[in-house]
Each structure stands twice: as C-alpha cells, then as structure tokens.
Ligand binder design. Structure first.
Ligand code: APR
Ligand code: PHB
Length: 392
C-alpha cells in the first residue's frame, strides 16, 4: 500500500487535514486506532471560533452545524458576588462564538470523508513509523488482525497526546515545555436547561463553569483535586458544588437534571518543538495541549492543519518545500499565544490548593480590574473569539 500523505489519527486534526488534501487532489489515507462509534461519541469541548466555522463552510461540511449550533454573544465571569459581563460583539467588532460539540464536528467530517470516497480505516492501530529522514517514510499498522505497511511521501502525526508519532522522533530533537496544574476538571452532561449565558466562576471553593450543548443539555464543570476519581463525586456532591460556586446557594437559578456523562480530565499545558522531523509533521494534540479554560484545543488543531495543508499542496504541486520547512515556526507563533491565553484564564479562575493569602488577593484584584476596564475585557474577548489566522 502507498499514498502521498499517511495521516495517523481521525480526531479533528487528521480529519480536517484529510478533507483539505482531498479537495486539492492529494492522495491520503487516514488510520484510526479506535472504532467509528468510539471516536464519534468522545465528549470534548464545544466552542467553535469563527475561523473553524468558516473552514467547515469552505469544505461544505457546515450544513448540520448551521441548523443545530447556538450562537453565543456573551461570556460571564462571577466572583465574590459580582459579575463581569463580556458582550463579545461589542468588544470585538461583531465577533461571537458557535456552540457545537466537538464530537458533532467529528461526525460531520467523517461523513464527508467517506461520502467523497476517501480512505479512512477505523480500528487500524499504528504500531510504529520509520524511515522519517528518507523520502519514503513508512507506517506499520494492524487492521483486521493483519500487520500492514503503508509507504508514504509524508506522514502527518495527528494521533493526539498519547499517540506513537511524537515518541518516534529521536531523543534530543524535541524540546518539551510542560506545566501540569495542581487540579483537574470534573465535567458532566446533564439533561437540564443551562444558565442563559456561558458562565465561568471563581469561588473560594474553586472554579466552576456552566456551558451548554443545547437549550436542554447543560455542560458543567467543577475544579477538583488532581487525584480524584468519579466515585468521589456522586451526583448530589456535584450539584452542591455547582450551586455554591456558581453563586446560587439558594438553588433557585441552576436547574438540575439527569447526569448522563461524567469525566475527569487533567489540566495541563504542553508544547513540544519543533513540530517536524524529516518527513514527519505533527499537528494538534500530538504536539501541544492547552489547559481547557477557554476551549482552545480544537482551534489550535485546525490552525495547524490549515498551515500544513497549504505547505503540502505547494510541495506536491510545485515541488516547493520552503513552506513545509517553516511549518513548525509558523504554527508555534500562534500556539504560544493560545497557550498564553489559556494559561492566563486558568490562573485567573482557579484556586490552587496552596494559594497564599497574598496570591488570592491579587487574583481578586485582577478580577475587580477586569470588571471596570474595557481594555482588560477586550483582551479576554478578542482571544476568546479567536485571534486572526495569520500566515507568512
Ligand atoms: N494509531 C492510530 N490512531 C491513533 C493512535 C495510533 N497508534 N494513537 C492515537 N490515535 C488516534 C486517537 O484514537 C484519536 O482518535 O488519534 C486521534 C487523535 O485525536 P484527538 O485526540 O482528538 O486529537 P486532535 O485531532 O489533535 O484534536 C485536538 O481534541 O483533545 C481535543 O482539546 C483537544 O480539541 C482538541 C482536539
Ligand atoms: C465546553 O462547552 O465544553 C467548554 C466551554 C468553555 C470552556 C471549556 C469547555 O472554557
């Protein structure tokens, strides 16, 4: 088997890349370790920037999104009984965000890839990749109980944080920048009406967030200690914390409903650089993780593959490799800005376990400053709706 671009992983990065290349007439094969059902039901964030929506429109995969998404024009931050209300269009020249679950995006991309006759193998686990510094790198994978080999011109490592592509880069090549925060996020989906606005809260007991997936489905999060397990969080405890932290101690505002999904995820920032080695190019979570505050993971994956697809199109059409050579530098400029923003929002809104009284006062002063400063509000809003996509 051979192809021009072997894509490892059918998350947002791998799927968007496959559609961009397919449209340009570049042959690619997507290999995904998990089943289609698994990938389509994996619950992740649900905030799409305009750039992601525009790309979906450009690829003709925005039909269901337009019908089902919710437009979100506000972001609220509650703290100490006060409210910072960010009017996104007023602060950003008319911009807003779309609320649409990431797994819905994944479903739409898979359907489009298969409808166009593109090759996408599920339950095809990549075991190793080699020949990265030559001009025919190879992917070894298992599919239908058989060992298979795929010879490629280029490999796109879109296999997420725990994938095999980043570890295939020899030791000493990558610099890793890692910061694990001393807390996790417990997330739930509930059959209940969310609060009217996207609401973040910094409470003495820690962070909470009320987002949504539909007018009848709330997506809610609470900060919890890093070692906690789901058993530590019976439903009643989750609701108790949500009411208190979201400033609803009388339990009159936040509706409760049947909780039908629960997960705990670590909060970390991770960047490994460079994002390329020979003919291997990493994109999305394979190369970087942002803390979830601000919901920027998908945006970064999309930005990477936009840059990569353009560089690959030039490479295959014109034999020009200059854009591919600067792929990593181009992406990292954006990545660090988004890591900065996500880290800022995380630090602003969470209570680390060992927070000193001094640091707590600084945090509250910062929130109070944002409450009364249009400049500070603009900074948060313009990053939240998404920085412009710049390419050299
Ligand atoms: N072989 C084949 N596929 C693999 C392998 C392997 N050895 N290892 C991992 N994969 C697959 C995973 O099963 C997953 O479906 O790679 C895919 C990676 O997808 P994501 O983790 O969704 O990563 P990415 O496409 O970069 O999307 C980033 O996802 O984690 C969120 O917040 C993040 O929104 C961001 C987005
Ligand atoms: C979500 O809807 O899942 C979500 C929203 C905002 C965030 C993170 C996640 O900051």
């Amino acid at each position: 088997m051979c192809t021009q671009v072997g894509i490892v992983g059918a998350g947002p990065a791998g799927l968007f890349l496959s559609l961009l290349l397919q449209r340009a007439g570049i042959d690619c094969v997507v290999l995904e370790a998990k089943s289609r059902e698994y990938v389509e039901s994996r619950v992740r964030a649900g905030v799409l920037e305009q750039g992601t929506v525009d790309l979906m429109a450009d690829l003709g995969v925005d039909g269901r999104l337009r019908r089902e998404c919710m437009l979100d024009e506000t972001l609220d931050i509650r703290f100490s009984g006060r409210l910072i209300h960010l009017d996104l269009p007023a602060l950003t020249n008319g911009k807003l965000v779309h609320i649409y679950g990431q797994q819905e995006v994944v479903k739409d991309l898979i359907a489009a890839r298969l409808a166009a006759g593109g090759t996408l193998h599920f339950e095809a686990e990549v075991i190793s990749i080699d020949g990265l510094t030559g001009d025919k790198p190879t992917i070894h994978f298992e599919h239908d109980g058989k060992d298979e080999t795929l010879a490629c011109d280029v490999i796109a490592g879109c296999d997420g944080f725990h994938g095999v592509c980043r570890p295939a880069i020899p030791e000493g090549v990558l610099t890793v920048y890692d910061r694990e925060f001393p807390f996790s996020w417990l997330g739930i989906l509930s059959e209940s009406a969310p609060l009217a606005e996207m609401t973040y809260a910094n409470h003495d007991r820690g962070f909470a967030l009320c987002s949504r997936r539909s007018p009848k489905v709330a997506r809610l999060y609470v900060q919890c200690p890093p070692g906690d397990e789901l058993d530590d969080w019976p439903d009643a405890r989750i609701w108790d914390e949500l009411h208190v932290r979201l400033g609803d101690p009388g339990r009159t505002e936040l509706q409760e409903g049947r909780i039908f999904q629960k997960n705990i995820a670590p909060v970390r920032s991770f960047v490994s650089a460079p994002m390329q080695y020979g003919r291997l190019f990493l994109a999305g979570d394979a190369s970087h993780i942002v803390p979830p505050t601000g919901a920027k993971g998908l945006t970064l994956a999309v930005a990477d593959v936009r840059v990569l697809s353009r560089a690959l199109i030039e490479f295959f059409r014109a034999g020009a490799s200059a854009r591919l050579e600067r792929y990593s530098d181009t992406c990292l400029r954006r990545i660090w800005k988004v890591v900065r923003y996500s880290t800022y929002m995380t630090t602003l809104l969470h209570r680390p376990p060992e927070q000193t009284a001094f640091d707590r006062q600084i945090q509250l002063a910062e929130l109070d400053y944002i409450l009364n400063s249009r400049a500070a509000q603009t900074t948060i809003a313009e990053n939240y709706v998404g920085l412009p996509f710049e390419e050299d």
